[in-house]
Write a protein that binds this ligand. Structure first.
Ligand SMILES: Cc1cc2nc3c(=O)[nH]c(=O)nc-3n(C[C@H](O)[C@H](O)[C@H](O)COP(=O)(O)OP(=O)(O)OC[C@H]3O[C@@H](n4cnc5c(N)ncnc54)[C@H](O)[C@@H]3O)c2cc1C
Length: 460
């Protein structure tokens, strides 16, 4: 099989980082991208300002290749939009002479397997090439597969239990997922409308803040914000304690927007059904509460596309749908620091030899993925596939912390495995006060369990 390429699924920033590392190791490769251009998923949120400065957005091997081609890195402290990321980094990377000939666009992978071997057959399995079937019927053979196809195309539904709400799919012309550009190309759909935003993460903050600007221009625009959470208390993030300043600030801006009284907040609101009501929608939730709105924007996270991997022997965590060993590091039930212990090929391995999921998709349903993590994954996995085991195992990554701690795993260090920051201690003392007052607290400091135990988690 050595003459066969490594197949990389997805020409997003992480798939292209894998390509750059494959170039460095002189491995034959092919990148299969569903869209017609690199960074196709990010192009759909190009209007959104990210929260990481450029210093965290550029992969090391990619930078070397780009700089050799005369590329000049953007200001390390500037914070790009999705559009900047695509225009100033992802697209130039994909166009490099060392990469461009190996990228195939409009090449949606619909299934992956081993030639002549279904999932059950074992003997000789590792010697069989992989087959990747494309939507147009073509089959690509590969000696290894790196799935970096992200999760953007698989948004979670509005239904509060993870199933679509009754009637949700029938309402698709008035329901949007992700972060529609309500100040740009989607303006007419939202201006002057009563808009329900569902979800409590950064995407919801972005949509709400944009809708507020829209309502400045068109005061008839109304914003209703609903979420499953009992209250807004744990929604805002780490604020000034967040080591990514823009991420902390986003939460604070959303908080100020709510405090301004211009947003109707309904919590907890667990959506059961969505039905047509004239030109709008009636949304029914828990306790018989109903909301009548014109449009819904669903910001409830994403999930990985696993059906295409039905013939691959995966080792996935049963609820996060990420590689098993990674789950305890990123489980939002356990901690919310957004900082994970460095990990690489070893933690990302599956029972299927030479198959890896990296990038956003590697986090399954967990929401805290950062590009810097994906780049380190790409480096380690490509080193492993190139036989450089020592480099693969030398994972080294320090991520900026969110400044929020909701862990129940605190010892001498923070739940993320680094030294306990002052914020964690503050959180723990808040917790003690809350508990003394009979409240549930933030969950810190309740056990002296080991920091991170791979494979051992409490069921939330
Ligand atoms: C609004 C927003 C803001 C973010 N801000 C930050 C930030 O500030 N800092 C940070 O570190 N991270 C941030 N992230 C998280 C993350 O870094 C990005 O989502 C990043 O784009 C993930 O890169 P990726 O390459 O793993 O996946 P993607 O960028 O999603 O790329 C996947 C690619 O695979 C393609 N694809 C999908 N399915 C198939 C298929 N079946 N066959 C072939 N191709 C396929 C897609 O078209 C896409 O081009 C943000 C995410 C979002 C949504």
């Amino acid at each position: 099989m050595p003459s066969l390429p490594v197949a990389v699924i997805g020409a997003g920033p992480v798939g292209l980082a894998a390509a750059a590392h494959l170039v460095a190791y002189r491995q034959p490769f092919i990148v299969l991208e569903a869209g017609s251009e690199p960074g196709a998923a990010i192009r759909q949120w190009r209007h959104v300002r990210t929260f990481s400065p450029w210093r965290y957005m550029v992969d090391g091997a990619a930078r070397s290749l780009l700089e050799r081609d005369g590329w000049r890195a953007p200001d390390a402290d500037a914070i790009p939009t999705g559009g900047d990321l695509v225009d100033a980094y992802v697209t130039p990377l994909a166009r490099l002479g060392a990469i461009a000939p190996h990228v195939r666009y409009n090449a949606r992978v619909v299934s992956v397997g081993r030639r002549d071997f279904d999932k059950v057959r074992t003997k000789g399995r590792d010697q069989q090439p992989f087959e990747l079937r494309l939507a147009n019927g073509d089959t690509i053979e590969a000696r290894a597969v790196i799935d970096a196809s992200g999760t953007w195309l698989r948004p979670n539904p509005a239904g509060s239990g993870g199933l679509p709400a009754v009637g949700e799919s029938d309402a698709h012309d008035r329901v949007a997922y992700g972060i529609p550009d309500v100040l740009g190309d989607a303006r007419q759909r939202y201006a002057g409308k009563r808009v329900l935003v569902v979800g409590s993460g950064h995407s919801a903050f972005n949509v709400i803040l944009d809708l507020l600007l829209l309502s400045d221009a068109d005061p008839k625009t109304q914003i209703v914000w609903a979420m499953r959470k009992e209250s807004l208390d744990s929604v805002w993030g780490g604020g000034a304690s967040d080591q990514l300043e823009a991420r902390g600030e986003l939460g604070q801006r959303a908080r100020r927007a709510v405090e301004s009284g211009r947003i109707q907040v309904i919590t907890p609101f667990r959506i059961r059904s969505i039905s047509p009501l004239g030109d709008g929608l009636r949304v029914a939730g828990n306790d018989g509460v109903t909301l009548d709105v014109d449009r819904i924007v669903v910001c409830t996270g994403f999930r990985p596309h696993l059906e295409m991997l039905g013939e691959v022997r995966l080792g996935l965590d049963s609820w996060l749908e990420c590689p098993t060993a990674l789950a305890p590091l990123i489980d939002p039930n356990e901690h919310s620091c957004g900082t994970v212990r460095p990990h690489g090929a070893r933690e990302l391995a599956h029972p299927e030899k030479d198959f890896y999921i990296i990038g956003m998709k590697s986090y399954g349903r967990a929401p805290t993925f950062l590009l810097a993590t994906g780049y380190e994954q790409a480096r380690s996995v490509v080193a492993m596939l190139s036989g450089d085991v020592a480099a693969a195992e030398r994972v080294d990554l320090v991520l900026p912390e969110t400044g929020v701690c909701s862990t129940n795993v605190v010892g001498a260090t923070s739940c993320c495995g680094g030294p306990a920051p002052a914020e964690v201690e503050a959180c723990c003392s808040d917790d003690a006060v809350a508990k003394a007052e009979g409240k549930s607290g933030c969950g810190c400091g309740t056990t002296a369990a080991p920091l991170i135990q791979i494979g051992v988690r409490s069921k939330a």
